[in-house]
Ligand binder design. Sequence first.
Ligand code: FEO
Length: 397
Amino acid sequence: MSLCVKNNVYWVGKIDWEIRKFHGDEYSTHRGSTYNPYLIKEEKVALIDTVWASFSKEFITNLVKEIDLKKIDYVIANHAEIDHSGALPELMQYIPDTPIYCTKNAVNSLKGHYHQDWNFNVVKTGDRLSLGPKELIFIEAPMLHWPDSMFCYLTEDNILFSNDGFGQHYASEYMFNDLVDQSELFSECIKYYANILTPFSPMVIKKIKEVLGFNLPLDFICTSHGVIWRDNPGKIVEQYLEWAGNYQENQITIIYDTMWNGTRVMAENIAKGIQNSDSEVNLKLFNLSKTDKNDVITEVFKSKAILVGSPTINRGILVSVAGILEMIKGLKFKNKKANAFGCYGWSGESVKIINALLKGSGFDVVGEGLRVMWNPDSESMAKCFEYGRQFSLNVSV
Ligand code: FEO
């Protein structure tokens, strides 16, 4: 299946309706995903990226319906990760000498993945490749989100091929941004940014400003996952600048896990205290053992402050809490406040441990946290309420 994007540019990808876990178990894809290679059939023919290795044969079968593979003059590898380069070994069996244009880092990554010495042509930002009347301009985008990442831009048609940038894991039969459910699209975009791009936010701002500085007209952004941006593509660029700028909403998120409900009762009474102090604040509360971790991370991304709760077990914390804190550490959130709470029976280390981890992850930890021995009684519940109220007041100033 192919789809005309504009003039001689075709989407030749794969809609993966079934996938529910990406990057192993690291990313939940509730709405599936797509892998978006593009075929440009000008005087010269260029193929930009491929698909995940699992779909190699299907990709080649569909591609030969579009073009005699031997007529592909150039392969462009914008990114070496397997979901975009995975069909290269299959493809290159048919066209082993066809040049592959990519960054220097991509040569290393592709050789590392596939152990093949293909006809690599290293490109840098500003290099151009003529397709006849139109040209591809290459723009290196290191660490957005791999060292090898690259964008390219097609002149005359004014299309930016942004690879993972501006993408979403979102399967839809409508491949254009103006045709899909806008609420679904937004929620997949912010989840993608929060879970994948947050640590690279300073580079996102720098790269967008650099690209905008080229003053290239922009009619389409062709991403490698999800929809093609054709209706006001500048809007997602502006949205990225906002998200990259230490984004936060007036939201406090409570995340916890519990063994015998003590920490859950604490969480719910803390929530009541927060609501009592500020009826405007958007309060979210999640039990980590029952909630998708990537959805939790998206809520943390949106929050100005978080509260993290775990009972003490074996002088430590519950594994679901440790897991989300490990993810939070890697994502390098900025400009957020936090604190810990939890119940205990005897040793009671959990609150100290959580606060140390939050501090080490760059959060502004406000206060010592709140511990309750055994199950909360009415006096402890009142303490939780007051703790929530005070926390809300502290993070509002
Ligand atoms: Fe969609 Fe970084 O791969």
